[in-house]
Design a binder for this molecule. Structure first.
Ligand SMILES: Nc1nc2c(c(=O)[nH]1)N[C@H]1C(S)=C(S)[C@@H](COP(=O)(O)O)O[C@H]1N2
Ligand SMILES: [Mo]
Length: 221
C-alpha cells in the first residue's frame, strides 16, 4: 500500500485503490489448475473476484474488443526490471479478447491459500486465466485498458514464434522446443514430480471450448 489500479478506455480513466476493490466486491475462493507453458502445473486455491464483476461495473463501450493489462514498473524495487540485459521488455503486458475477459472462469486474484498474495505471486492483484498457459496470468497489475485492437503482449514481442496471443493449453500443439503432451505436476514428492497427460484447455474444455469454435488453434496458438 498504497496501490493504484488505473483503468481506462480512450481518454476516460479512473483510479481504484486496493481498498476500493475490496469494498466493491465480496471475495470468493476458486481452486484452479495452473499450467505453465514450460510444462509444470499445480492446483492452487485463489481468493478474488471474477474479472467480469469489475468489467460490469466499469461499463466499457462496444468499441472495446480487447482488455490490455500492464504490470507495475518499479525498477528500484524489482531487480529484473533494472537488469542490464533484460530478457523481456518491462512493464510486462498481457491481453485478452473481451469475451475471454468476460468469461466466468476469468479471475482477478488478491489472495492465495486464504491469505493476501505474496509479492512473488503478484501482490496485490493479479489475473488468473486457468485454461491458458501461465504467462497470460499477469501479476501485480497497475493498469487495465479497454482497447479496440489486439494488444501486443510481452512474450509475443519477445518471441512470437514460441509464444502467441491465445496461449490456450493444448496437448496437441507443441512448443517449438518441447512437447506439450504431458506436464510435471508440482509439488514433487520423494521420487520427483509425477508426469501426467496435459488436458485440452487445461481441463476446462466444457466451459471454454465455445469461445474458439471454428478457430484453427494451430494458427492462433
Ligand atoms: N508481471 C508478471 N506476471 C507474470 C509473469 C512475470 O514474469 N511477470 N510470469 C508469468 C508466468 S510465465 C507464470 S507461469 C505465472 C506464474 O505465477 P506464480 O509466480 O504465481 O507461480 O505468472 C505469470 N505472470
Ligand atoms: Mo510460466
Amino acid at each position: 500500500k498504497p496501490w493504484t489500479l488505473s483503468v481506462n478506455e480512450g481518454d476516460r480513466s479512473i483510479n481504484l485503490s486496493y481498498d476500493d476493490l475490496l469494498d466493491m466486491f465480496a471475495l470468493e475462493e476458486r481452486i484452479y489448475r495452473l499450467r505453465c507453458v514450460e510444462a509444470w502445473s499445480m492446483v492452487i486455491p485463489w481468493l478474488g473476484i471474477p474479472l467480469r464483476s469489475l468489467i460490469d461495473q466499469l461499463k466499457p463501450t462496444s468499441q472495446a474488443k480487447f482488455v490490455r493489462f500492464e504490470t507495475v514498473l518499479r525498477p528500484s524495487e524489482m531487480p529484473g526490471q533494472r537488469a542490464l540485459f533484460p530478457s523481456i521488455d518491462y512493464p510486462y503486458v498481457e491481453g485478452l479478447r473481451m469475451d475471454e475477459a468476460m468469461h466466468p472462469l476469468t479471475f482477478l486474484a488478491v489472495g492465495v491459500y486464504g491469505q493476501s498474495l505474496p509479492k512473488q505471486n503478484g501482490a496485490p492483484i493479479r489475473l488468473v486465466v486457468p485454461w491458458k498457459y501461465g504467462f497470460k496470468s499477469i501479476k501485480s497489475i497497475a493498469k487495465i485498458s479497454f482497447v479496440r485492437d489486439q494488444p501486443k503482449t510481452t512474450w509475443e514481442l519477445s518471441n512470437s514464434r514460441e509464444y502467441g496471443f491465445y496461449a490456450n493449453v493444448n496437448p496437441s500443439v507443441n512448443h517449438p522446443r518441447w512437447s506439450q503432451a504431458s506436464e510435471r505436476r508440482l509439488p514433487g514428492g520423494f521420487f520427483g514430480a509425477t508426469r501426467q497427460p496435459t488436458q485440452m484447455f487445461n481441463g476446462y474444455a466444457d466451459e471454454v471450448g465455445d469461445l474458439y469454435q471454428g478457430m484453427d488453434l494451430r494458427k492462433f496458438y
